[in-house]
Design a protein around this ligand. Structure first.
Ligand code: PAP
Length: 341
């Protein structure tokens, strides 16, 4: 179903894939080609051309994503009730997509229901990545989604369209993760599609700030400051806090989204059911997440979004020197901000 028919009949959010019948073709915007070609690249530093990134308004992005960011800035309009999940890639996006989706749809689709969309669709097919839709020219699909819409971005607040970053309509839920675990997770993920990128090369781009959406410290600080300034509009979470107490964080999410759990729901154990539905073990073992893939420029298999999901796996991959270097970067960049991992 695509079109106004969908938006007027249903109440959102709905699983994105259920609202997208595929009739809107992939058609990347071409009008920004000259602008993109004039943007600085990181190739002086990056030893591997597969890690080439362009710097747009202080943010490093894959070249093929830059036109989409420009198009999104120009034409995205938030609607009342929109919820945007934001993250640096590999910081807990898939998990948070599932948790917010399950929390928001729980009245229409109880988490214990065998027919729940998360049992037949990958979380990335439930919550669209807006950056990717604009990059491939399929943003019209967003118009077909009934309100309230639930969407995701990997972009920092500073380059988001004003109706998301500053508008009164939109709530933002942000998640970040210790960059040592984030870089290890990123390398494992990218390695599946581009096995000739080494962990050392990936690590260098993260440290110099040119990994996708980077510098990661600016990404984090932008949302951190916004959440301090407007806590009712921007909720700031870390992957580590989520792992420590997922039930508490799901309650916080529901409260933030204006849909707190009722006493009846609490007594019925709905919060625990949502956490269970969205757990790594559960999602990883669903048939839908063992096969199929995501992505247009690169195909990423569904199973590559689920690995071991722990805190501190970096010790198995980074040298003590690498860890020290990233910790020192965090120490310097976050000093005085009140934020720390
Ligand atoms: P994305 O930004 O490409 O969507 P994202 O979901 O942020 O990726 O990151 C994947 C990480 O989240 C993986 O971490 P790891 O490589 O350190 O294991 C993945 O295992 C973890 N992850 C995915 N789903 C869940 C979940 N349901 N619960 C906890 N962690 C999860």
């Amino acid at each position: 179903m695509v079109g106004s028919e969908t938006s007027s009949l249903l109440h959102g959010p709905v699983a994105f894939k259920d609202a997208d019948d595929g009739t809107i073709p992939v058609h990347p915007p071409t009008e920004y080609a000259a602008a993109v070609a004039s943007l600085p690249t990181n190739l002086n530093h990056a030893s591997n051309s597969k890690l080439k990134r362009r710097c747009y308004q202080g943010v490093w992005v894959r070249e093929e994503w830059a036109p989409g960011i420009m198009a999104m800035q120009r034409s995205f309009a938030a609607r009342p009730g929109d919820v945007v999940l934001a993250s640096v890639p590999k910081s807990g996006t898939t998990w948070l997509k599932a948790l917010i989706f399950a929390t928001m749809v729980r009245a229409a689709c109880p988490p214990a229901s065998p027919a729940h969309p998360l049992r037949r669709l990958n979380p990335h097919d439930c919550v669209p990545l807006v950056d990717r839709l604009f990059a491939v020219g399929r943003e019209a699909v967003l118009d077909a989604l009934p309100s309230p819409r639930l969407m995701c971005t990997h972009m920092p607040l500073s380059v988001l369209p004003p109706s998301i970053s500053g508008g009164p309509y939109c709530k933002i839920v942000y998640i970040c993760r210790d960059p040592k675990d984030m870089v290890v997770s990123l390398w494992h993920f990218i390695n599946r599609a581009q096995p000739d990128i080494s962990l050392q090369e990936m690590f260098e781009t993260v440290c110099e700030g040119t990994s996708n959406g980077g510098p990661f410290w600016d990404h984090i600080l932008g949302y951190w400051r916004a959440s301090n300034a407007e806590p009712s509009r921007v909720l700031f979470l870390t992957y580590e806090q989520m792992l420590q107490d997922p039930l508490d964080k799901v309650r916080k999410l529901a409260q933030f989204l204006g849909r707190p759990f009722s006493d009846t729901e609490e007594e019925a154990g709905v919060v625990a059911e949502i956490v269970e539905l969205c757990s790594l073990e559960n999602l990883k073992n669903l048939e839908v997440n063992k096969k199929g893939s995501q992505g247009v420029f690169f195909k990423f298999s569904h199973d590559s979004y689920f690995r071991n999901g722990v805190v501190g796996d970096w010790v198995n991959h980074l040298t003590p020197e690498m860890a020290k270097r990233l910790d020192a970067i965090c120490e310097e960049k976050f000093r005085g901000s009140g934020f720390t991992f």
